[in-house]
Design a binder for this molecule. Sequence first.
Ligand code: NAD
Length: 504
Amino acid sequence: MSNPFQARERFADGAHYIAGQLRPGTSGRQHTVVDPATGDSVYTYELAGTADVDDAVAAAARAFPQWSDATPGERSDAMHRFATVLTAQAEDLARAESLQCGKPIKLSTEFDVPGTVDNAAFFAGAARRLDGVAAGEYSGDHTSYVRREPIGVIGSIAPWNYPLQMAAWKVLPAIAAGNTIVLKPAELTPLTSLMFAQAATEAGIPDGVVNIVSGAGRDAGEHLVGHPAVAMTSFTGSTAVGRRVAEIATGTVKRLHLELGGKAPFVVFDDADLEAAVHGAVAGALINTGQDCTAATRAYVQRPLYDAFVSGVADLMSTVRLGDPFDPATDLGPLVSYAQRDRVAGFVDRARAYATVVTGGEAPGGELARGAYYRPTLVTDADQGSEIVQSEIFGPVLVVLPFDSDDDGLALANDTPYGLAASAWSRDVYRTGRATREIRAGCVWVNDHIPIISEMPHGGYRASGYGKDMSAYSFEEYTQIKHVMQDIKGVARKDWHRTVFADR
Ligand code: NAD
């Protein structure tokens, strides 16, 4: 199927969006966006250098006074228009996202783009609801109230798995709260972040409020994190890079928001609806070709259901249609790159020494061999401590292990360093209730796995980071609160002065 998005024409002026203009980079290093379904090059651009980051931060700093002074209603109006512009460009956004990531077009069309539009609509409304405690005379002599204020210039760094949604999750709460932002998308996938920023301008959001620098992590990324004029770093990516980002941010005492890796457990109790659990596991493991931080990666199945679950998952995986991302019938696209495909294959190949690869475990042949495809893969008989159970693979690989008692199942679910998401499957409300309390993760689904909504927070526990994306809770991240305490008595010699002066 022909590629319906012409990135070279669309971004002929460059891959960086600063103060409302596309422009070329100045790093002297080129990067090529590759269609992972074919290996064809899509768009070559010059990566952002440190000078480009400096320009973008300066543009965001210039835009801050006007944008932060706008009333919540004015910001809200602009963001409603932003949602409308994104809706009008839905088809183009979906095509660009599928092209640069290899996502099936049905996923981009039905998940990535509508999720982004819904986020924009949510934050347009939420911009007017920056809550805090009620003002009051708590001391008796003063009125105390809280001002919730924007932080300043936000520097954000995003991964390649959901580039458009990650841009939305970073940019929308930040600007709704009155901040301005410089976003660095992953170098593999800059296209939809640029389109998102251009749509903000088209909606009337002032130049400089949303800026994009498409650069590499080690130079543009680290420079953005360490930049003294950036007041907060918001990072989504791997736990390893998150640690490095935290080290750099600490040097300039920035506020830090980290959304890191995951290794979500999927706990199936013996009274679960088996058909629902099997379908949920395959969908939860394969969404976005498994490149999802909340993907179901470790299924723990209580012994009586274990064999039926394994054969059900293997059968269902064999029906999943790999193919051209632009074919509406395609279920599973390639991984984002050949490097990511090889990384996933490495985990599975090493696991053959200690576990059983029930299905998959290979790249497909034929027409698909030129893309970065990898078959849906089911692994069993691995030890809990093994690499394939403990490490984030970020590919279409599900490991299934049995458990006996409920205590065991919940202990296994908590037995990795991560804590982003999890699910519990049972018809017994007391069992699922216990699981939702005891699993240490930022999200626990009951009898489902994956859905997200704009109104509710997304974010991790433990090595999955801290801070919340989406929902009104993200205002906690992107605002700082100030206590204002105003004397209401007008007395020159205040009662408390006696603790300092002997005589009043
Ligand atoms: P990554 O950590 O390699 O890169 C993420 C971003 O950081 C990219 O933009 C990259 O250029 C940049 N980067 C790399 N090195 C850097 C450095 N030294 N300093 C500053 N920036 C640097 O992650 P990835 O491979 O792009 O994405 C996959 C990872 O993202 C997975 O671990 C996944 O779980 C995680 N993720 C988490 C969430 C979440 O909400 N918790 C959501 C999506 C993805």
